[in-house]
Design a protein around this ligand. Structure first.
Ligand code: GLN
Length: 284
């Protein structure tokens, strides 16, 4: 069997996955230790039995619903490869809008104290840290095992001589145990209403429930986080929050009620109202 035949069989086997060609290519590349370009160049070659067996095992796992990112052990986010496994939510493309929104609003600031709450893999904090080497970054999560992985990603992705210093990590329920004053707080908290979780895609069953379950209406954590952020931010400080488009209006109300001004929601690339931001007044 050639590499190309194996790819064709894999696409057929994953017919139900939504993106069978992409998934099968990534898994075959993983089994062969090849990137996409090398994989397609190897199309006419014979598939060795060891790689064939590894590939079939990966296909079977994928068919059971395990996200591709967990099988690969990594996920690309904002142009960098983050290590991911079952300890954290797989970074989503829509969360790149959170990074884009922060850079658009504050990207020209030479220094900024930024905290990411509910950081998971820390894809947001570490992307900002990598893009803006002088900014001071910190990140928190309730899950100790998520923080372990976030620290691994920091080691992997940030230079040790970063002018703004290393990204600081702290275990915390939202901002309860986070010390310090910030110019910007960003978060992608769990926001799926508890009652909707069971009806969503099979892949979500393999991800940490803690990273997805947002309580009755999905906004429970925001009701605690937004007032905490208000206290932790300096005058003129920003908050940037990801949520689902259906929650944008209710979330803007929570942010306004906490005393933030200039409250608005930005759409992601799919046109879904995704990132709600607000800013504290300079004088209160
Ligand atoms: N956007 C994710 C999803 O729909 C949810 C992420 C979250 O709850 N923070 O799968």
């Amino acid at each position: 069997m050639t590499v190309r035949d194996a790819l064709r069989d894999g696409v057929a086997a994953l017919g139900g996955s939504g993106t069978p060609f992409l998934d099968a290519s990534l898994l075959l590349g993983k089994a062969l230790g090849l990137d996409a370009a090398a994989l397609f160049a190897a199309g006419p070659d014979d598939l060795d039995p060891g790689s064939g067996a590894a590939y079939r095992a990966l296909l079977a796992e994928r068919s059971s619903g395990i996200p591709v990112a967990y099988l690969l052990g990594e996920k690309e986010f904002w142009g960098r490869r983050f290590r991911v496994d079952r300890r954290v939510l797989v970074p989503r493309p829509e969360t790149e809008t959170l990074v884009a929104a922060v850079l658009e609003a504050c990207g020209d600031r030479p220094s900024l104290r930024v905290h990411e709450a509910c950081c998971g893999s820390a894809c947001v904090a570490l992307s900002l840290a990598a893009e803006r080497p002088r900014w001071e970054l910190s990140a928190s999560d309730l899950s100790e095992e998520a923080l372990e992985l976030a620290r691994e990603n920091a080691e992997l992705l940030l230079p040790t001589d970063r002018p703004g210093g290393p990204c600081r990590f702290v275990r915390s329920d939202l901002l309860a145990s986070v010390e310090g004053t910030f110019d910007l707080v960003a978060a992608n908290p769990p926001y799926i209403p508890s009652g909707e979780l069971a009806g969503l895609g099979i892949e979500l069953r393999f991800e940490p429930r803690l990273a997805l379950d947002g309580g009755a209406d999905g906004l429970e954590l925001y009701r605690r986080l937004v007032p905490q952020a208000r206290s932790a931010l300096a005058p003129g400080g920003w908050i940037f929050l990801e949520a689902d488009g259906s929650q944008a209006g209710a979330l803007r109300a929570i942010v306004e009620e906490a005393g933030f001004a200039e409250v608005s929601t930005l759409a992601d690339l799919a046109g879904i109202e995704r990132i709600t931001r607000g800013r504290l007044p300079w004088k209160t």
